[in-house]
Ligand binder design. Structure first.
Ligand code: HAM
Length: 421
């Protein structure tokens, strides 16, 4: 029996991984320019953390977590998301009280969802979490950051910001009651999932995919009509900042997010080009979360970007540079040895140069074919004769021109032959 990858777990082949790295580099540059600091959070946390912070009645906790007992009998869970871990870490390591923090992390998350295009059981996120700032300015900063990332990656025109405010706990409770009493009148028409959520988590009904339930929701009460003064002020402040910076957005009352910890601002960035799994980033404010891990009330807000989905958007457009500037081909035992040693000198002597050494016994012709296939600009050829004479042949692959160069002057020769960049 062949052993295969576990369902929903992706193998990232070199081309895909390269796109991931391209994205990560760009996102990192943007985050650096806003003064955000990178942190690392464990892949494993105690199960209790997610049950309490993400919420017992969410899809994630109800049915998607990879949970197991370790050898000590402790219940652990592979992180389904990063915010809970960051809040736990911030509280445990004393990063939160009386301080402001702008933090980010990257890595794999795990959810036992039904796999499909753009939805995996192991997927990559880049997440950002900010603490200690209660006003709408930091919410706006996060949306500026995300918008900037899409611009830098070149697809800002193809994504939409769906924005909503779900207000404070008190106004949400009032809204929840109104929504439940409205939907209760149509119990018979609700789909199974929504009917179940009517008692456990009615706000989640708002993002149902069922068309009959969606029709019912057209006349349902809207959360933004229930915002109290403070929540409304916060939301207006955020919208005004987005307007001033001309970040386009759409107020969407059905954005409530699938995790329980949010209050006030919630948002999702959705791409038109990804089909049903088009949300490339989601986030919002979570002012009550730090208290839930035993800390003092600390405002928090953040988002996470789904890297797998961004990579899908860039797949066909992403021009990634070649792996190879110089390909070193050789023949015979001494030629092989010399080529490996010369390549070390080149990497030390020339800045940002990518050198691949042919370590096969292949004929020179197929080594040169490989040089072309790898996108090299130059090939260095060391045959037995050159090796004994202390020389190499440098061949310009585009023009076919070649020169004999002595071993000691190869680095200087190449420094001139290879234009910057
Ligand atoms: P989330 O909406 O659950 O939020 O996930 C954020 C993003 O991760 C999604 O928009 C999507 O791009 C990607 N994603 C989620 N599930 C999958 C999957 N199964 N396969 C591929 N990509 C996926 C959070 O995780 C929150 N922690 C975000 C946050 C941070 N809120 C405040 N701070």
């Amino acid at each position: 029996m062949k052993i295969q990858a576990v369902r929903g777990m992706q193998d990232l082949l070199p081309r895909k991984k390269k796109i991931f790295r391209f994205i990560e580099d760009k996102v990192r540059d943007v985050l650096d320019s806003y003064g955000y600091r990178e942190i690392g959070i464990p892949v494993l946390e105690s199960t209790d953390l997610f049950c309490r912070l993400v919420g017992e009645a969410t899809d994630i906790v109800e049915k998607e977590m990879y949970t197991f007992d370790d050898r000590n009998g402790d219940s652990l869970t592979l992180r389904p998301e990063g915010t809970a871990g960051v809040v736990r870490m911030g509280q445990e390591r004393g990063l939160l009280f009386n301080q402001t923090q702008r933090l980010w992390y990257a890595g794999p998350m795990f959810r036992h969802e039904r796999p499909q295009k753009g939805r995996y059981r192991q997927f990559e996120q880049i997440g950002v979490e900010c603490f200690g700032m209660a006003g709408p300015e930091i919410d706006a900063e996060l949306l500026f950051i995300t918008y900037r990332i899409w611009q830098v990656l070149g697809f800002a025109d193809g994504v939409k910001l769906e924005l909503n405010s779900i207000g404070s706990k008190a106004c949400r409770l009032e809204y929840r009651n109104k929504l439940v009493s409205y939907l209760s009148r149509y119990r018979d028409a609700l789909d199974q999932d929504s009917l179940r959520r009517l008692d456990s988590n009615p706000l989640r009904i708002l993002d149902t995919k069922d068309s009959a339930t969606r029709d019912l929701l057209k006349d349902a009460p809207v959360v933004t009509d229930f915002l109290d003064r403070e929540s409304r002020k916060h939301f207006d402040g955020l919208k005004s900042l987005l307007d001033q910076r001309q970040v386009p957005y759409n107020i969407n009352g059905s954005i409530v997010r699938g995790l329980d910890y949010y209050n006030n601002t919630v948002f999702e960035w959705v791409s038109n080009d990804l089909g049903s799994q088009g949300t490339i980033c989601g986030g919002g404010r979570y002012d009550g979360l730090v208290e839930q891990v035993g800390g003092r009330a600390t405002p928090g807000v953040g988002f996470a970007i789904g890297l797998d989905r961004l990579a899908m958007l860039l797949e066909d457009h992403c021009e990634t540079s070649s792996e190879c500037d110089i390909y070193v081909a050789s023949l015979g035992k001494i030629g092989k040895e010399k080529s490996l040693l010369l390549a070390e000198d080149l990497r030390v002597g020339l800045k940002n140069i990518k050198v691949i050494v042919d370590c096969t016994e292949a004929k020179l012709k197929s080594q040169m074919k490989k040089a072309n296939a790898d996108g090299a600009r130059l090939a260095i050829i060391i045959g037995e004769e050159e090796a004994t004479k202390g020389e190499v042949i440098v061949k310009h692959l585009e023009t076919g021109l070649q020169s004999q160069v002595s071993f000691n002057s190869v680095t200087d020769y190449l420094a001139k032959a290879l234009p910057e960049g």
